[in-house]
Design a binder for this molecule. Structure first.
Ligand code: PCA
Length: 331
């Protein structure tokens, strides 16, 4: 072999080895996270999370990739927060009020008739965000963003002229407040998360529930029930959060990209729900459901039950809770 060929060969091998080493560094610097949620892929919450994950991947040049696991496939809704807290999943999204029993602040958005329109809900969010962030931080969780559902109404299989007509119904609840409402109105209440609702409806385990047009649509509610009363009792929100240690382990540019994508996701999520609220109710109508405002009597029955629930909440939440409500009312 000529000396020049030997050098050429040696160089080629070195370059290849260098490229390999570089490749290896790139691979080991890539962070992969899981993000469980509990709603179908075509639900605006899930679509928003998928768009968020794409934004993060683009902004970080693939350094941080987030896989959204929809439909409660990875963790059931009530387990998601704990999974993030313990680092089994780095991120998660869940209906905040599921965790009201841990701290009343998690249930502030389901205090009846406190914030029933999107602008009110946004104000209540602004007023309560510092307290929610603080509580989550004490659990090792960093809040990234919150996105609302649509105003909550009542699904049934018959005319409801007053809350008396609800006595004895098999009522599906999804948090403390809806369960308590079921008891107060003399119904048989069972807690079922959205992912199991289609089956509970199909098998007749429940024949009434409170939720948004969105979850009614997701559950193909028209296959079992016939009426939707647009009570507009409250607007619950989902929170998307990250394990604090996982966040802290990211380099600064990646953290910044994540926070920027979070702010964009929050804005996009609110807009999506505002835009889709009417669409969902139209879909229910198209499928043959009676979609209507509650009668004065039915509405006043809910208002009365709502007052009891509000008093319960204020008692649990004490001065801290009252301070948040006062701040909200001043906005
Ligand atoms: N859908 C979720 C929570 C609120 C809503 O609109 C559910 O029914 O579980």
């Amino acid at each position: 072999m000529k000396r020049s060929d030997f050098i050429k060969g040696f160089l080629a091998v070195s370059v290849a080895a260098g490229a390999l080493a570089l490749g290896a560094t790139a691979v080991s610097a890539q962070t992969k996270w899981n993000l469980p949620n509990a709603y179908p892929t075509d639900n605006p919450h899930t679509e928003n999370l998928v768009a968020f994950a794409k934004d993060v991947e683009t902004a970080t040049g693939g350094k941080l990739t987030i896989t959204v696991h929809a439909n409660a496939a990875l963790f059931k809704a009530p387990e998601i927060k704990r999974a993030v807290q313990t680092g089994q999943a780095q991120m998660g999204e869940v209906l905040m009020s599921i965790h009201e029993n841990e701290d009343p602040i998690f249930g502030i958005d389901v205090v009846p008739f406190l914030a029933t329109s999107f602008p009110e809900s946004k104000k209540l969010y602004a007023a309560s965000k510092p307290a929610i962030e603080k509580k989550l931080a004490s659990q090792g969780i960093k809040l990234l963003f919150m996105v609302p559902w649509a105003p909550q109404g009542v699904y049934a299989k018959k005319d409801l002229n007053s809350t008396d007509d609800m006595k004895g119904l098999k009522w599906r609840s999804y948090n403390v407040g809806t369960a308590r409402l079921g008891e107060m109105l003399g119904m048989q209440s069972v807690t079922i998360q959205a992912a199991e609702l289609p089956q509970a409806l199909a098998t007749g385990v429940v024949n009434s529930f409170m939720s948004s047009g969105g979850t009614g649509f997701d559950s193909k509610v028209w296959e079992s029930l016939t009426h939707f009363y647009d009570v507009q009792a409250w607007i619950p929100k989902d929170a998307t959060f990250v394990n604090k240690a996982a966040f802290d382990a990211l380099d600064k540019p990646t953290q910044d990209a994540l926070l920027k994508a979070s702010a964009a996701a929050e804005e996009r999520g609110w807009k999506a729900w505002e835009a889709k609220t009417g669409w969902y109710l139209d879909q229910l109508k198209t499928k043959g459901m009676k979609v209507q405002a509650p009668s004065t009597e039915l509405a006043s029955g809910f208002k009365k039950a709502g007052e009891t629930l509000t008093a319960d909440w204020l008692k649990k939440a004490g001065a801290d809770g009252q301070a948040v409500i006062d701040a909200y009312k001043k906005m």
